[in-house]
Write a protein that binds this ligand. Structure first.
Ligand SMILES: C[S@@+](CC[C@H](N)C(=O)[O-])C[C@H]1O[C@@H](n2cnc3c(N)ncnc32)[C@H](O)[C@@H]1O
Length: 223
């Protein structure tokens, strides 16, 4: 059943995160809505190390409120930690994921953290981008794990990132830098940096690094 984890972040302190499990799916949810992702992989039910790394990096760049007035979209949000941190830095965050129950958890997480404006979007990278908005910043963590959908993610970014905006993504380099660059470089300027992974906070768990990607539209007429 759902439980609350606490992530302690520099400068910001404790952020409470609701993690749901497949047991939280309502029995009333029709079978055809219980997609593979919800019943199978359960990738959305935990706090992934890169989400903490990206959160820490955003705090470093934008604390205390440098994101005020910015529209931020998190894609493949899972627990939504990165989007919550962006909201605490002043942004107006839209949380999106393929799996609806993640968005229910995110709403509870926002309420626990005093975030009153919560916008959610059931966005499947492999489907239609069915909302017209564009965002100043698009963020995502641990979503570069399947090379067959990288092109779809790049397409979603093309559609949702406003001209002049930046995409910030973080992952532990599962597919290799070259694979990511090959897909994104056609449309985006790509800058990469290494940042430290500090989650889970176990003794002896140190020294591991993640890749931070910054994407900006290569062309002014980006779509
Ligand atoms: C490894 S988890 C990462 C979750 C979160 N970003 C984090 O770092 O904790 C991958 C997330 O992508 C979502 N996802 C997988 N396939 C997707 C798709 N086709 N469209 C949108 N989201 C998807 C999953 O539901 C899951 O929440």
């Amino acid at each position: 059943m759902s439980h609350v984890k606490v992530v302690t972040l520099p400068k910001m302190g404790s952020v409470s995160v609701v993690c749901k499990t497949k047991r939280d799916l309502s029995p009333a949810t029709p079978l055809d809505k219980r997609d593979d992702e919800a019943l199978g992989w359960l990738y959305w039910d935990r706090i992934w190390p890169s989400s903490v790394a990206l959160s820490e990096w955003l705090i470093q760049q934008f604390f205390p409120d440098e994101l005020a007035g910015q529209r931020v979209l998190e894609i493949g949000c899972g627990t939504g930690l990165v989007g919550v941190v962006a909201a605490k830095l002043g942004a107006s965050t839209t949380f999106s994921d393929l799996v609806p129950i993640t968005l229910e958890a995110v709403k509870e997480t926002c309420s626990l953290n005093g975030i009153s404006h919560v916008d959610t979007w059931t966005l499947d990278w492999t489907g239609k981008v069915d909302r017209p908005e564009q965002f100043d910043m698009v963020v995502g963590s641990e979503i570069f794990y399947d090379s067959t959908v990288l092109g779809n993610i790049a397409y979603v970014l093309r559609q949702t990132l406003a001209p002049g905006g930046t995409g910030f993504f973080c992952d532990p380099n599962r597919l290799g830098l070259d694979t990511i660059k090959q897909v994104f470089q056609e449309r985006f300027n790509v800058v990469t940096t290494k940042i430290p992974l500090t989650w889970p906070p176990r003794k002896g768990y140190g020294g591991k690094m993640a890749t931070l990607y910054q994407f900006r539209h290569r062309f002014s007429n980006q779509i």
